[in-house]
Design a protein. Structure first.
Length: 96
């Protein structure tokens, strides 16, 4: 079975504008990203406490969570930097 470009829709079936999912605003996407960052950092912190107290059964769980938190933090910082660069560039544009 082949799958079309939209997940869950078979070949030859394309969603109409009324079937397409609503698009989130940029602000909503930023807030979701920050919430995801907080969740991953909280999970890594909880596992770090468990590892320090000896309650963690699998040390690799902490290693994975810490790596995920680090990558998520790097992505968030990169997106922030690009947004600041874009804002700065917009502010440099001449009016008129």
């Amino acid at each position: 079975m082949t799958v079309g470009p939209v997940e869950g829709i078979g070949a030859g079936q394309w969603p109409t504008p009324t079937e397409a999912p609503a698009r989130a605003s940029f602000g909503d996407l930023v807030l979701q990203g920050i919430e995801r960052l907080e969740q991953t950092q909280d999970a890594a912190a909880d596992l770090a406490v468990d590892a320090a107290t000896g309650d963690l059964q699998n040390l690799h769980d902490y290693t994975i969570a810490a790596s995920e938190a680090a990558v998520t933090t790097q992505l968030t910082v990169a997106v922030r930097n690009r947004a600041v660069e874009a804002f700065t560039e917009i502010m440099r544009m001449p009016i008129g």
